[in-house]
Ligand binder design. Structure first.
Ligand SMILES: *[C@@H]1O[C@H](CO)[C@@H](O)[C@H](O)[C@H]1NC(C)=O
Ligand SMILES: *[C@@H]1O[C@H](CO)[C@@H](O)[C@H](O)[C@H]1NC(C)=O
Ligand SMILES: *[C@@H]1O[C@H](CO)[C@@H](O)[C@H](O)[C@H]1NC(C)=O
Length: 275
């Protein structure tokens, strides 16, 4: 047999190289930034890390955006920049290890808001990320598509016919089609909830987890009013900046876990959907 005559390393390359090339050019992401890419080498193929959006043959979807220097935040036109990850000690400089320090805007990329985000009294009383209910952040969830030609108004909410009893909904909007989360620049023309849409959700549904595919659940024109409607109850949790492409609408189990940041009104969050 041919295979037996071949160098095992060569066979390894033949078997795995095509999938590696595909995974390193994943259509969901532009090439990685900076040194990570430079250190990749086809020759040393065992050292190419796998980066996936889907695990377990389509059972688990990662709906979190990867954090890079190009991750958008409301703070800058250029993404969060290189500062998010800095080597504090490095082997290159004679240390026994590499040791980085993380510095992130709390509301960049895929993240969650706590009630203290927009209510000073809640902030002072300690309604922070550490106080968010993990039972709301984890459990059965509905992924729905909203009409692409409008922001989320009361009329749109009504038309979605989300049944009573549904507690967690991820709203996929035009933001996903426009790939806004892949742009460094904060784009104020994103789709989100208008105040009447937020009020309708609060008054007429059992939804406690609101997920959306850009940095804010609230449309820019109603940025503060919509947030206030949601956050005032302290029951509704807002997860923003979700990555919802290439997933069928329907029912999943969502699992979202924020960092346990005491005193923070926002936090990066890892969210996955399980079929
Ligand atoms: C390594 O040392 C150089 C020279 O002291 C310094 O400029 C650089 O910031 C250090 N880098 C790290 C990652 O420690
Ligand atoms: C981190 O550690 C590796 C050794 O594992 C070293 O080669 C590399 O230079 C270090 N990175 C930096 C940026 O210093
Ligand atoms: C949604 O509202 C924003 C302003 O908040 C606006 O720029 C955008 O065009 C609206 N989108 C749609 C689809 O109507």
């Amino acid at each position: 047999m041919l295979a037996r005559k071949m160098n095992p390393r060569f066979i390894y390359l033949m078997l795995f190289l095509p999938s590696m090339i595909v995974s390193s050019q994943d259509s969901a992401y532009p090439p990685l930034y900076g040194y990570i890419q430079d250190s990749w080498s086809i020759i040393d193929s065992e050292l190419i890390p796998q980066r996936r959006e889907v695990y377990g043959n389509g059972k688990i979807y990662d709906i979190t955006h990867r954090i890079t220097s190009g991750t958008p935040s409301g703070l800058s036109e250029d993404g969060i920049g290189d500062e998010y990850l800095k080597l504090y000690e490095s082997m290159k400089n004679g240390s026994d290890y590499n040791f980085s320090v993380i510095k992130l805007p709390a509301h960049s990329g895929t993240h969650v808001d706590a009630p203290g985000h927009m209510f000073q009294n809640y902030f002072e009383a300690g309604f922070d990320i550490d106080s968010l209910d993990l039972d709301v952040l984890n459990g059965p969830a509905l992924l729905v598509d909203v009409p692409r030609d409008k922001n989320i108004t009361a009329e749109v909410m009504k038309s979605l016919n989300i049944p009573k009893g549904v507690k967690r909904v991820l709203f996929r909007t035009l933001n996903t089609d426009r790939r806004l989360m892949w742009q460094k620049r904060f784009d104020t023309s994103y789709v989100g909830f208008m105040k009447d849409g937020a009020q309708w959700l609060k008054d007429n549904t059992d939804i406690k987890l609101v997920g959306i595919d850009y940095l804010s659940v609230a449309a820019y024109d109603d940025l503060i009013p919509s947030h206030l409607v949601f956050l005032e109850s302290r029951e509704i949790i807002l997860v923003e900046g979700l990555k919802l492409e290439d997933i069928q609408a329907g029912i999943y189990n969502v699992h979202c876990l924020p960092l346990r940041l005491l005193g923070a009104e926002g936090s990066p969050i890892r969210c996955i959907l399980i079929k």
